[in-house]
Design a protein around this ligand. Structure first.
Ligand code: ADP
Ligand code: ASP
Ligand code: MG
Length: 429
C-alpha cells in the first residue's frame, strides 16, 4: 500500500459542491488501496477577502494577528472537506498546520518550513483515517506563534508533507491541466508541458507563474521529489516537475537537438520600479543605496545604472522590487537623501515583467535578440532587461504585458495547433 499526498487549491474548493467533488476524488485514492494525506487551501478567493477585511479594520495590521486571521481560511476548508468525506462513508481527520507538525521559522507572512514532525498524521493513517491538513501555515519553533508561508503556500505544505512521509510524488490539483508554456488565462494557445525540470520550473515560478509556489519547487528539488501538477476538474495526466537541466540524459538530448529549447513564458505584474534620479557619481554610493534597502528587508530584482553625464557627473539608478515593498523602499531612500545628495525619486508600479525560460538557451545563441525583436515588433517598449543562464526577462509597461507575452510565445513557436488550454475555475485573483 502506497501513500498518496494531494493538494487542492482554493480554485478547486470554491463552494459546497466543489468540496463534495474533491471529497469524492480523495476517497477514490483511498478506495484504490492507498493511505491518503491531503493539504487544502482556503475556499475560492477567501484569503483575499480576509485581507480586504483586515485592511478595512487597520491599514497596518500586526503581522501576528494577520497570520491568525489568514490561517482561519484553511481551517474552514479542512473541516468541510473532512465532513464531506465522512458523508461518503470514509473517516477523515483534519489537522491545523501546527497539529500536523509543520514547524517554521518565526517570519510572519513569509515563514519557511524548517521541519515536519508528522507524528499525528502517521497515527491517524495507522487508524485508517484519511488525513486533511490545513495548508499555508505552521507554528514557529522559537516563538510558538502561528505563521503563514506566503501567498500560494499550500503547495509548499503539500510538498513538505510528501517529503516527510516518503511519498513517491506530490500531486498538486488545480484549475488548469498542468504547467503550460504560458498562463492559459492570457495565452489560450499555450501548450501543456509533459515534463519540466526543477530549474526551469524554479525560474517560471520565481518570475510569476503562480501555478506553483516558488518554495514548493525549491523544497521538492532538495528532496528529489517529483511534483505532478494536474487538474481537479479533469482526469487528464498533467505535468511532471522532475529532473535537472544537468542530468546526463538531458544534456545528451540537448547535444542531439532533441531537447526542447524553451520551457515557457512567465509574466509578473506585481513588481514596481524605482529610479533614484541625479545620483552623484562617487565611490560607494550604489553600495549605500542598496545597503539601506537590504536593511529594510527588501528584495531587489533588476538594477540598471546609466553612465553619468559628463557635464553634471550625476547618474540615474533604477531597480525593480516587489510592489508590496514600494512604500518601505521609498521611505528608506528618503532617509538618505541628504547624505547621498541625489536629486529625486520616481516610483512606478505600472510595470510588468515578461520572462522567457528554457534550458536550451545555454546552447543556442541569439535567444535574447529574438526576444527583443518579438517585443519590438509588437510595438512594446522595453524599459529594463535582465538575464540568467536559462532566462531572459524584460520590464515593460503593465498595460503591454499581455501583448509582449503573446508576441514572445509566438516568436518561439510555442502556440498549439489546437487549443488545449482550459481554465476550469478560479478568478485568477
Ligand atoms: P490554486 O487555487 O489551485 O492554487 P492558482 O490560481 O494558485 O491555483 O494557480 C493556478 C493558476 O496559475 C492558473 O489558473 C493559471 O492562471 C496560473 N498560471 C500562471 N502561469 C501558468 C502556467 N505557465 N501554466 C499553468 N498555469 C499558470
Ligand atoms: N490560501 C492561501 C493563498 O491564497 C494559500 C494558498 O492558496 O496556497 O495564498
Ligand atoms: Mg496556488
Amino acid at each position: 500500500m502506497g501513500i498518496v499526498v494531494q493538494k487542492y487549491g482554493g480554485s478547486s474548493l470554491s463552494d459546497a459542491d466543489a468540496i463534495k467533488r474533491v471529497a469524492r476524488r480523495i476517497t477514490e485514492a483511498k478506495k484504490a488501496g492507498n493511505d491518503v494525506v491531503v493539504a487544502v487551501s482556503a475556499m475560492g478567493d477567501s484569503t483575499d477577502e480576509l485581507l480586504d477585511l483586515a485592511d478595512q479594520v487597520s491599514p497596518m495590521p500586526p503581522a501576528r494577528e494577520l497570520d491568525m486571521l489568514l490561517t482561519s481560511g484553511e481551517r474552514i476548508s479542512m473541516a468541510l472537506v473532512a465532513m464531506a468525506i465522512a458523508d461518503l462513508g470514509y473517516t477523515a481527520r483534519s489537522f491545523t498546520g501546527s497539529q500536523a507538525g509543520v514547524i517554521t521559522d518565526s517570519m510572519h507572512g513569509e515563514a519557511k518550513i524548517i521541519d515536519v514532525t508528522p507524528g499525528r498524521i502517521t497515527e491517524a493513517i495507522g487508524d485508517g483515517h484519511i488525513v486533511i491538513v490545513a495548508g499555508f501555515q505552521g507554528v514557529s519553533q522559537d516563538t510558538k506563534e502561528i505563521t503563514t508561508l506566503g501567498r500560494g503556500g499550500t503547495d509548499t505544505t503539500a510538498v513538505a508533507l510528501a517529503a516527510a512521509l516518503d511519498a513517491d510524488v506530490c500531486e498538486i490539483y488545480t484549475d488548469v491541466d498542468g504547467v503550460f508554456t504560458a498562463d492559459p488565462r492570457i495565452v489560450p494557445s499555450a501548450k501543456k508541458l509533459d515534463t519540466v525540470t526543477f530549474e526551469e520550473m524554479l525560474e517560471l515560478a520565481a518570475n510569476g507563474a503562480k501555478v506553483l509556489h516558488l518554495r514548493s519547487v525549491e523544497y521538492a528539488r532538495r528532496h528529489f521529489l517529483p511534483i505532478h501538477v494536474r487538474s481537479s476538474f479533469s482526469e487528464l495526466k498533467g505535468t511532471t516537475v522532475a529532473g535537472s537541466i544537468d542530468d546526463e540524459a538531458r544534456l545528451e538530448q540537448e547535444r542531439t537537438m532533441e531537447a526542447p529549447i524553451i520551457a515557457g513564458v512567465a509574466h509578473d505584474r506585481s513588481e514596481a520600479k524605482i529610479t533614484v534620479v541625479g545620483v552623484p557619481d562617487k565611490v560607494g554610493t550604489a553600495a549605500r543605496i542598496f545597503e539601506v534597502l537590504a536593511d529594510a528587508q527588501i528584495n531587489i530584482d533588476m538594477i540598471v545604472q546609466n553612465v553619468s553625464a559628463a557635464s553634471t557627473n550625476k547618474t540615474d539608478i533604477s531597480f525593480t522590487l516587489p510592489g508590496a515593498d514600494g512604500k518601505k523602499a521609498t521611505s528608506a531612500l528618503e532617509g538618505i537623501k541628504a547624505e547621498i545628495e541625489y536629486d529625486s525619486l520616481t516610483y512606478d508600479d505600472k510595470v510588468g515583467k515578461v520572462s522567457l525560460v528554457g534550458a536550451g538557451m545555454r546552447s543556442h545563441p541569439g535567444i535574447s535578440a529574438k526576444v527583443f525583436k518579438a517585443v519590438a515588433d509588437a510595438g512594446v517598449n522595453i524599459e529594463m532587461i535582465s538575464t540568467s543562464e536559462i532566462r531572459v526577462s524584460v520590464v515593460v509597461s503593465e498595460t503591454e504585458v499581455d501583448a509582449a507575452v503573446a508576441a514572445v510565445h509566438t516568436a518561439f513557436e510555442l502556440d498549439a495547433d489546437q487549443v488545449e488550454a482550459v481554465v476550469y475555475g478560479g478568478t485568477g485573483r
